[in-house]
Design a protein around this ligand. Structure first.
Ligand code: 13P
Length: 241
């Protein structure tokens, strides 16, 4: 059985005070959320502790947005897996397209981070996806297969989530057509040893389109940016019909 996983990626948004305010509005809206849906908030490092303090007894899980591969060392600006697990972080986004584009992340560093995260007991959310240019050139499959092949070398597929995020659909309001997202996710599944790995769709998921997206047979969840920042909209996503 594949799990349903709805995750918010807050990117570089929200102070600690804003995080506490979000939780006050969000948590009461989970009372009727169907069993078996995993809910994750992947937040900036300073907000992780606020989640840790306020989520006792709640079903919301805590995720970070990056982790380094070394146990410790001279890596200014990075964070280790042990620093995350110490404060009850269970998940971590790895290889988001914004990290690949602005911070020089490659399939190789993504692979190193994935393996280190798993070794420390974290569940990674590996992001893959093509740019507009790659899609227009007919390279979508080739790009994604390379991201999977190199990214997943030596990675345990029993402790993994994948997010298919076409870059041209991120933050643009332009959602990938549901059938197309479903098709690509089916292709991704075909490349895995473990067909039960949850595979999410990400890119302009919002209250207006979540039900249609989640009705697709291959799509196991969503990785949500903008629409995860407001309690009402993220609650609507988590409570999709
Ligand atoms: P948006 O939902 O804002 O398009 O962002 C998607 C994303 O990048 C999630 O990781």
């Amino acid at each position: 059985m594949r799990k349903i996983v709805i995750a918010g990626n807050w990117k570089m948004f929200k102070t600690q005070a804003e995080t506490a305010e979000f939780l006050q509005g969000f948590l009461p809206q989970l009372e009727d959320t169907p069993e078996g849906r995993e809910i994750i908030l992947c937040v900036p490092f300073t907000d992780l502790a606020v989640l840790g303090q306020n989520l006792h007894g709640s079903r919301v899980r805590v995720g970070a947005q990056n982790v380094h591969w070394a146990e410790s060392g001279a890596y200014t600006g990075e964070i280790s897996a042990a620093m995350l697990t110490e404060i009850n972080v269970r998940y971590v986004i790895i290889g988001h397209s914004e990290r690949r584009e602005y911070f020089g992340e490659t399939n190789e560093t993504v692979n190193q981070r994935l393996r280190a995260a798993q070794a420390a007991g974290l569940t990674p959310i590996l992001c893959v996806g093509e740019s507009k240019q790659q899609r227009d050139a007919g390279d979508t499959e080739q790009v994604i297969f390379a991201q999977l092949k190199q990214g997943l070398a030596g990675v345990d597929q029993n402790n993994l989530i994948i997010a298919y995020e076409p870059i041209w659909a991120i933050g643009t309001g332009e959602t990938c057509a549901c059938e197309e997202a479903n098709r690509v996710i089916g292709l991704i599944r075909g490349k895995l040893h473990n067909a039960d790995v949850p595979i999410q769709y990400g890119g302009s998921v919002k209250p207006e389109n979540v039900d249609e997206i989640m009705a697709q047979p291959e799509i196991d969840g969503a990785l949500v940016g903008g629409a995860s920042l407001e309690p009402e909209s993220f609650a609507r996503l988590v409570n999709f019909k």
